[in-house]
Design a protein around this ligand. Structure first.
Ligand code: GDP
Ligand code: MN
Length: 407
């Protein structure tokens, strides 16, 4: 589950990580109020207005139809009002949102932390994620903060320092010092960075996060280390352990079909193709997507209805697939193990009748327990549903159907 920058920073703060302080606002008036509070606290007339969307690249991204950037420095209360008006309610397009962009519903009014002082502010990158191949968490750090880290990884991978953390032993103090040293820090900033990384890692582990990306981490002109940005991804599978974090979900940022799928306990991921598929089991779903490609189609989605598929789940799956206008054919591929094929077939027929007026051809392949019985139910239903027992027959039918449609 992705969350907003302001929410991520709130979590970090609770674990003692120093962050660029700010107040979230949903209207230009509230943004002005927030800015006045921050200005009074910091004694500065400068604040930063940051669009809150679930995507990075906001600083370089632009509001559709204008030259307005997604993150801007305001130098007065009037600036705050103007910038907020330009951001809130409009669509921000960044290299991570795709051309459709994302609507900005809120802005974070934040203290300006790039103030002048004894030395120049300096940006770093720190990320924490799970390295599956090593079965360890990895902390990645770079002096190339503020840049697109994928670019750094591609062109100058030597500038990314990695420290792997054995989950059984935990993060060791010498590892934290290694990172601070690799970032070239000394004195007060070194100590601050050690503290920062320690608290950050604790926050990552204790919230069961699957990714933290803090870009930039800033060394201020007076050697404080703080998080200017916070991209936090919480592990969905562990959310049940964090009832206090579940409310951070912002469904307006998610694909509506995926939201509906989650509500029905279905694992659904929308893709760009034309053949909708409904399968039980993630492995079979992957294999089915391969078969669709081999038969000349493109999968429109990944959908795993799980082991206990029944008429209700099949119907919910149907409805979700049919809401995708790109879907030209549907392939249902169910292996009857725990769930019997005749029950699935009944579910398909019932769902078909319940939804009514389904125009796209449906190919159903049932294999396993009571497969023949299942095929018979479908064939005798009189509906425009094609049944297949073998996967290659199902693939051939998909191909035939797509050809008939001129796809
Ligand atoms: P992203 O572009 O979505 O990753 O958003 P960030 O939170 O990383 O902000 C983008 C950029 O805004 C940063 O890299 C900074 O250069 C700039 N920025 C952020 N906070 C401040 C600030 O307090 N003062 C100034 N002058 N610039 C800031
Ligand atoms: Mn950033």
């Amino acid at each position: 589950m992705n969350i907003h920058e302001y929410q991520g920073k709130e979590i970090l703060k609770n674990f003692g990580v120093r962050v660029q302080e700010g107040i979230v606002a949903e209207s230009p008036e509230k943004a002005v109020e927030a800015a006045k509070l921050i200005m009074a606290q910091t004694g500065s007339k400068f604040v930063v207005i940051k669009s809150q969307i679930h995507a990075g690249g906001r600083g370089k991204g632009k509001i559709r139809g204008s030259e307005q950037r997604g993150v801007q420095l305001a130098k007065s209360v009037d600036d705050v009002r103007d910038i907020s008006k330009n951001l809130i309610g409009n669509v921000l397009v960044t290299h991570q949102t795709g051309p459709e962009g994302k609507k900005v519903n809120k802005v974070l009014v934040a203290q300006d932390v790039y103030y002048p002082g004894a030395s120049e502010p300096k940006e770093y990158y720190i990320g924490i994620l799970l390295d599956r191949s090593k079965a360890c968490n990895v902390i990645m750090a770079s002096t190339e903060g503020g840049m697109d880290i994928e670019e750094v990884a591609e062109h100058t991978p030597e500038k990314i320092f990695k420290e792997w953390v054995d989950p059984a032993i935990g993060l060791q103090p010498f590892q934290v010092r290694n990172i601070a040293f690799a970032l070239g820090l000394q004195g007060e900033a070194f100590k601050e960075m050690v503290k920062f990384i320690g608290s950050l890692y604790k926050a990552y582990v204790e919230t069961d996060s699957s990714m933290f990306e803090i870009n930039p981490v800033l060394k201020t002109s007076d050697s404080k280390i703080l998080a200017v940005d916070a991209k936090v991804n919480l592990d969905d599978n562990a959310l049940y352990r964090h009832p206090d974090l579940i409310h951070l979900r912002d469904i307006t940022e998610e694909d509506p079909l995926e939201v509906e799928a989650t509500a029905n306990d279905l694992n659904y991921v929308k893709l760009d193709g034309n053949v909708g598929c409904m399968v039980n089991g993630a492995g079979l779903a992957m294999a089915t997507m391969d078969i669709i490609k081999l038969s000349g189609g493109e999968p429109a989605n990944f959908l795993d209805v799980g082991g206990g598929a029944n008429a209700k789940t099949v119907e919910a799956g149907f409805r979700i697939i049919l809401k995708d206008p790109n879907v030209k054919a549907i392939l249902i591929n169910i292996f009857g193990g725990i769930v019997r094929c005749d029950r699935v077939a009944t579910g398909v027929v019932e769902a078909y009748k319940a939804i009514g007026d389904i125009k796209v051809p449906i190919i159903v392949r049932l294999q396993g327990t009571n497969a023949e019985e299942g095929a018979r139910i479908i064939d005798e239903s009189g509906l425009k549903v094609f049944s297949a027992v073998q996967l290659k027959d199902a693939a051939a039918k998909v191909k035939q159907v797509l050809e008939e449609l001129g796809e």
